[in-house]
Design a protein around this ligand. Structure first.
Ligand code: ZN
Length: 304
């Protein structure tokens, strides 16, 4: 028997951009809050992944799907296909004390929060329609998973599809006892769902920013400090002492540059300036020649 991660999770470009902007120019309160919500949600999902990947029953796991049906886009944090059921998980990384009253959810200071059950049932309905279109008639088992061990829900309702932090392990353990084998038809459904996954979310909220506003330099891989110097083959962080191979640091820098400024070209001088001139131009050129494809000639050449 085996569990297969059919689709893995990675940070959305929205989260990566916000992270880079947070380090390189700071974010206004509204954007900072949005960034922290995304960061926290993502960390919770990764924590849940670390538990599901230990399962050894016959199942296919598809993490982080963005799907569309009838012009409506919906997101699935984790989906698991077993022999006779499609499990669908909405992962919440809520922390602290919450309470439930008359179908509504509140933080302890009486601030109402979005009811995760409403969100779950909306997505479940859309998922059911989509699966039916794909010819899959397995029942759906949808659950909200509260992954943070510091989360408590007072007056938690009985009989609702909620898995509280103290129940997650037991829930997965029970799921792991599934013994029926998957067949080709399950794999075909998984493949179709992955092919329908949208890579660009229609709901991203990014602040506007200009090249000149964004701080240049190599940041520490560990602590995001800009206090970096190059010694031989390594970049050394004077804040946390972390050492990173120059090529790896350059690769991170080029990726971040391309992510933040997809319209700007990657050239030796651009990357040299982006790294705040701490890596000699010769070295930047050799790195780009080795790792990227050159397009065009002479002064019009750039790397792709
Ligand atoms: Zn550091």
């Amino acid at each position: 028997m085996w569990t297969m991660i059919y689709k893995s999770r990675s940070e959305s470009s929205e989260l990566q951009i916000l992270e880079a902007l947070n380090t390189r120019m700071g974010l206004i309160e509204k954007d900072k809050q949005h960034y922290l919500v995304l960061r926290k949600g993502y960390d919770g999902e990764v924590l849940f992944d670390s538990m599901t990947e230990k399962l050894d029953c016959d199942c296919l796991i598809l993490n982080d799907l963005l799907l569309r049906i009838n012009h409506t886009v919906f997101q699935i944090d984790a989906l698991m296909i077993t022999f006779d059921t499609v499990y669908f998980f909405e992962v919440k990384n809520y922390e602290g004390d919450y309470y439930y009253e008359n179908e509504k959810w509140y933080v302890m200071n009486k601030t109402e929060v979005t009811n995760p059950l409403t969100q779950l049932s909306r997505s479940e309905t859309l998922l059911r329609q989509l699966l039916q279109q794909l010819g899959c008639h397995s029942p759906i088992n949808a659950k909200v998973i509260f992954i943070n061990p510091e989360f408590s829900l007072f007056q938690a309702p009985l009989g609702k599809p909620l898995i509280l932090p103290t129940q997650v392990k037991r829930f997965l353990k029970r799921l792991n006892t599934t013994s029926a084998k998957l067949s080709e038809k399950h794999r075909i459904i998984a493949e179709k769902l992955v092919s329908l996954h949208l890579t660009e979310s229609p709901n991203t909220q990014l602040p506007s920013y200009l090249y000149d506003e964004v701080r240049k330099g190599i940041t520490s891989h560990k602590c995001t400090s800009f206090f970096i110097s190059v010694k031989g083959r390594s970049c050394l962080c004077h804040e946390c002492g972390n050492k990173e191979n120059v090529s790896l640091a350059l690769m991170r820098c080029v990726k971040e540059y391309k992510l933040l400024f997809p319209k700007r070209r990657v050239t030796t001088i651009e990357i040299y300036l982006w790294c705040n001139e701490i890596i000699p131009k010769q070295r930047v050129r050799r790195f780009l020649e080795k790792n990227f494809k050159i397009v065009g000639i002479h002064q019009w050449a750039y790397y792709d």
